[in-house]
Design a protein around this ligand. Structure first.
Ligand code: SD4
Length: 338
């Protein structure tokens, strides 16, 4: 309950703020003074999770550099690992579930807050483009399983076998010792080895100042059939708010869903946190929630603020992200909590 004195005090603050004209959310972001050093980049800029994000950034850059829009750029970027059969956690060549099905999760979001998503989609290489078609051609946000496949086929996508010889071989090897429960943390088997963590989350800021984001994965290897991770869930694996910034995640999706990860990162940036602080503070929620569990899993967040500032943080060592802008192209190792 607000007493009369407190009410008058709040009213005075509100009127002073109104007189000063400082009510716009975008103004707040522009006025933010980062507490931690952040890289302030020129537009356009694209950032992606993991080392292989570099190739994705190159594809996205070819669109951004020609004044193309962020949505087209992130889709083009996400398609690169999707069609790479040597990448075993995204698209073609992805590791299957415990029953041998390669099932893909993907989502995409644009500057207007429009979004589309597919979950547990089989047989289609470019899940990200199906997600975009859901956004643009249906009144829905998310299609799952066979319905997503039927929608893709009806929209001209080709049906393909996504299980490559290498992924089949590894899965058959895994089956020799597999218990009924999926190996939840298989991605963390060799800490520090980035090849074991391969969801791509990609965020771009175009020359018009608009943001876009995409996230695509074959999910946790040897998961239960039907398992859906964070990557196709708007607010978990990806969130974009043009007034603030965008965020995306990689790692154990169950934990990212529990803390509504990417949305949490964006909301922390809205409150004035730098991208790096926002990523770290979101992870600290997981640590407070279950410290012992948090020590055993990997989760990484990557964020791009609407002014081009970027930041990332992970629970464990080994999370990297790729940055590309006019004068700069590099892969950066994220800070980590443990
Ligand atoms: C998932 N977040 O399906 C994904 C997997 C991942 O690095 O990001 N791996 O839970």
């Amino acid at each position: 309950m607000v007493d009369r004195r407190e009410f008058l005090r709040l009213s005075a603050i509100t009127s002073a703020a109104a007189l000063a004209g400082c009510t716009s959310a975008s103004d707040k972001v522009q006025q933010d003074e980062p507490a931690l050093p952040v890289r302030v980049l020129n537009k356009p800029v694209v950032v992606s999770t993991w080392d292989f994000g570099k190739a994705a950034n190159t594809a996205a850059w070819s669109i951004l550099a020609g004044n193309g829009n962020a949505l087209d750029a992130v889709e083009a970027g996400a398609r690169v690992p999707e069609e790479d059969p040597t990448n075993q956690s995204v698209g073609l060549g992805g590791r299957p579930d415990r029953d041998g099905h390669v099932t893909l999760d993907a989502c995409i979001m644009d500057a207007k807050g429009r979004c589309g998503s597919v979950a547990a989609l089989e047989h289609i290489v470019h899940a990200i483009s199906v997600a975009r078609a859901v956004m643009e051609k249906t009144p829905h946000v998310m299609l799952a399983g066979d319905g997503a496949l039927q929608f893709a086929l009806a929209n001209g996508f080709q049906k393909e076998d996504l299980l490559t010889g290498q992924s089949r071989k590894e899965w058959e090897e895994w089956l020799k010792t597999a218990h009924y429960a999926p190996v939840v943390n298989i991605e963390n088997q060799t800490p520090g080895n980035s090849k074991d963590h391969d969801t791509i989350g990609i965020l771009a800021l175009d020359t018009a100042g608009d943001l876009g984001g995409a996230c695509t994965t074959s999910g946790m290897a040897y998961k239960l059939h039907g398992r859906v991770g964070d990557s196709p869930i708007i607010g978990a694996g990806l969130f974009v708010d043009n007034e603030v910034g965008g965020a995306t995640s990689t790692g154990v999706g169950e934990e990212v869903i529990r803390i509504a990860g990417s949305h949490t990162v964006v909301e922390l940036m809205r409150q004035g946190r730098t991208p790096e602080e926002a990523c770290r503070m979101a992870l600290e929620r997981s640590v407070r929630r279950d410290p012992a569990y948090a020590k055993t899993i990997q989760v990484g967040f990557l964020a791009l603020r609407r002014d081009g500032a970027i930041g990332a943080y992970a629970l464990q060592k080994g999370f990297t992200y790729a940055v590309k802008t006019g004068g700069r192209e590099e892969v950066v190792a994220a800070k980590h909590i443990f």
